[in-house]
Every structure is written in C-alpha cells, then in structure tokens.
Design a protein around this ligand. Structure first.
Ligand code: 5HY
Length: 247
C-alpha cells in the first residue's frame, strides 16, 4: 500500500470532500489516498493574508502525514502555500496543484492560460507561474470573479466555463489550467465544450505524487530542502518546533 496524503490548506470540509473525490478517482492500483482538511487557518484562501495564515496548518498536516507513513504529499490549493517549507520537513515528494498543473499543461501544448477565482489572486498566480519557470508559456491569467466557497453551483460552473472560453479566444492558448481546487471535477466537461485540454490541478498533482512515489523518488536532502536545524519556537506555533534529530 502506497499512501498519498492530500491536504486542503483551507478549513472547508466540503472542499476537502470534492478534492478527495477527484484524488480517489485518479489514484492508481495499490494507492491509498488520505485526504485531510487543515486543522487551523482561513475558511478559504483568496488573499496574501489568507495564504500566510494557511501555511502553519499545511506544515502541521505534512508532519502528521509523515507520521502516518505518507509516501507523498499534495498541497491542494492553487497558491501552493508552504510548498518549499513542506519539502524541508517531508521525506517524500510534496507536489503543489499549481506547479503540477503547469508542468502537465506544458506536456499538452505550447501555451496555457489559467482561470482563477478573484482578480486579487491574479498577481500571486503570475508570480507563482514565473517562479516555476513557465512565464513565457503562460498566455494569460483570468478571474471568473466567483469566491472560492461559492464555486460549487451551476451558476458558478457557468461563469468558470465562460471565462475559460474567453481565455481560449483572447489568448489563443493550447491548454486551460483551472486555478482553484474548488474547480476540481469540472475539467472533463469543460474540455469537451472548449475543444482544448483543461487541466485539473488536483488530479495532476495526485498523479505526479503517485508517479514519484512509485518510482521511489524523494525530495533531495542535499542542502536547500534538508530538514532545518531545530530551534525554539515561541507562541501559538511552538508545537511546530522541530525535534532534535535522533542519535
Ligand atoms: C484554492 N484558494 O485552490 C485557492 C484558489 C484561489 O482556498 N483553494 C483556496 O483562489 O487562490
């Protein structure tokens, strides 16, 4: 049994249920999905402030997943909150849905456009795509102006679909990337409507984490992602202080 640990960094159980559904649908034979909701942080992540508040919950969840024997972790929020820090404290691979979706999109076409939720998340998404080295291939980033927790309705799906079609036509992109875990499950139908591939970051990240785990590949601990040295942590996050290494 290979355990893939899927973390919803916001505290919305309904969103975790949708994320878990997709993760279990795409997981291969012999793969067990453990989907969890962050125990602390914002109900949804739609700003830099939300993102900052979500990181401790992600790190606490990753450490719990490590104790549970996870072979790989997925951070199921399109901002990939805490991704680099999570890679420092996890032995297995940690995959963010934004980074995974961009990598998969680049296997399917020369260019992709991202459809995200609120316009205020466009800047961070652009910075993220650039930090992953895909700025040249990203033809555009568009907001559907639907808050994260309002995405689960037919009218929201219609807004996402309309924004995807507009992005395809205005950007001339080969691929659409869905810019929120709350859009998981929409990709297949949208791809049929739009006539171009639509990438679901949750599905992409679970399959990439699974592939790395099955290949026995783990995060390099040579330097940058080595476990940080333990030090005192004061205040409400003191429980996240790293233990002395054994021996
Ligand atoms: C997400 N927020 O995937 C991001 C999407 C966004 O709570 N889950 C969230 O709008 O950045």
């Amino acid at each position: 049994m290979t355990l893939i640990h899927v973390i919803n960094p916001n505290t919305s159980q309904a969103m975790t249920d949708g994320i878990a559904r997709t993760a279990r649908e795409v997981a291969g034979p012999g793969i067990t999905v453990l989907a969890v909701t962050s125990a602390m942080g914002p109900a949804s992540i739609e700003s830099h402030y939300d993102e900052a508040l979500a990181v401790p919950g992600v790190l606490a969840a990753v450490r719990e997943g490590e104790r549970a024997g996870a072979a790989g972790h997925v951070i199921a929020c399109f901002g990939d909150p805490g991704l680099a820090a999570a890679r420092e404290v996890a032995a297995g691979p940690v995959v963010g849905i934004a980074e995974a979706a961009a990598h998969v999109a680049m296997l399917l076409g020369r260019s992709f456009s991202v459809v995200t939720t609120l316009s205020r998340t466009v800047g961070h998404t652009r910075d993220l795509i650039r930090s992953y080295g895909f700025a040249a291939a990203c033809a555009g980033i568009h907001a559907c102006d639907v808050p994260v927790l309002d995405l689960d309705s037919p009218s929201a799906w219609a807004s996402v679909g309309k924004t995807c079609a507009a992005a395809r036509d205005s950007d001339g992109c080969d691929v659409i990337v869905l810019g929120c875990a709350g859009m998981t499950g929409l990709a297949a139908a949208l791809s049929g409507e739009l006539g171009i591939p639509v990438v679901d970051g949750v599905a992409a990240a679970v399959k990439l984490a699974e592939a790395l785990a099955v290949l026995g590949l783990r995060t390099s601990k040579r330097d940058e992602y080595a476990t940080p040295p333990p030090k005192p942590v004061l205040g409400p996050l003191s429980g996240l202080a790293l233990p002395e290494p054994p021996g």
